[in-house]
Design a protein around this ligand. Structure first.
Ligand code: FMN
Length: 235
């Protein structure tokens, strides 16, 4: 029956029709004592491997105490030894004002890619709730040193995010600074506006769906004895 359809229909229409006819139920298989930070690292590593990307982005939502909420895309700089998510920010940005008033975070990662080993299209989401801590300036130096040149220049040139800018003026400042750096006249130092924060998750929500399958979800939260409990929920 399939062969007949394949002969009659062009291959793309055949694939689409097959996709419309198939279904399954995805399953997130984790051991009983699974640490959510390990599962997160494994998913992030798979995403980087199969997308050939060196960068993991996430969405961070924060709010003032009155509930005025904002979210934005950030780059994950590092995962700390105690499983915190480290990101950088500008000390006078909206997010920092919100964090200083109300250090609660809601975070979401989206990992979509084709697993080249199984040839399956994968959709994953990891959501976390947690608390945000400011890291000491020594951490800013460490992260600044690792940044590519354009990011270092951005950190130095842009003192405040979201303020009106004259593009021509900024371009001139950028080109002058780049020239001085290239000639060795200036060594870029960590600017005071670059601050580092760490999100410590207290809840994790993992979602995984293979192509043409119904997703699975696992929630992790801490039990009274400070161990991670988990259970499957509907996706
Ligand atoms: C791909 C991408 C990565 C970004 N990474 C960062 C980052 O690591 N740190 C940061 O402060 N802003 C980053 N931004 C800019 C933020 O999304 C946002 O525009 C900026 O931080 C101002 O946000 P706020 O006004 O809510 O504080 C990134 C934007 C994009 C599109």
């Amino acid at each position: 029956m399939n062969i007949t359809i394949k002969r009659i229909l062009p291959i793309t229409r055949y694939t689409k029709r097959f996709a419309r006819m198939s279904s399954g139920l995805s399953y997130i298989d984790v051991p009983e004592n699974c640490q959510p930070s390990n599962l997160f690292k494994q998913w992030a590593d798979d995403y980087k491997k199969y997308t050939h990307s060196g960068i993991v982005l996430f969405n961070l939502a924060t709010s003032f105490k009155n509930g005025d909420v904002a979210n934005r895309t950030l780059a994950l700089q590092e995962i700390s030894d105690d499983d915190g998510l480290i990101f950088h920010a500008k000390f006078n940005s909206l997010k920092v004002k919100q964090i200083e008033e109300n250090p609660k975070a809601s975070v979401s990662f989206l990992f979509t890619y084709t697993n080249e080993t199984s040839n399956k299209r994968i959709s994953q989401q990891v959501r976390m709730k947690g608390f945000i801590e400011k890291l000491p300036p020594s951490y800013s130096d460490k992260i600044f040193e690792k940044q590519p040149l354009f990011a270092k220049l951005r950190s130095v040139l842009i003192e405040e995010q979201g303020v009106p800018v004259c593009w021509e003026e900024l371009k001139k400042k950028h080109d002058d600074l780049l020239d001085k750096v290239n000639k060795g006249e200036i060594k870029l130092k960590t600017p005071k506006q670059l601050v580092l924060y760490k999100i410590m998750p207290v809840k994790y929500d993992f979602y995984h769906a293979n192509e043409n399958e119904i997703g699975d979800r696992i929630l992790f939260s801490k039990s009274k004895d400070d161990k991670w409990d988990h259970y499957h929920v509907t996706a």
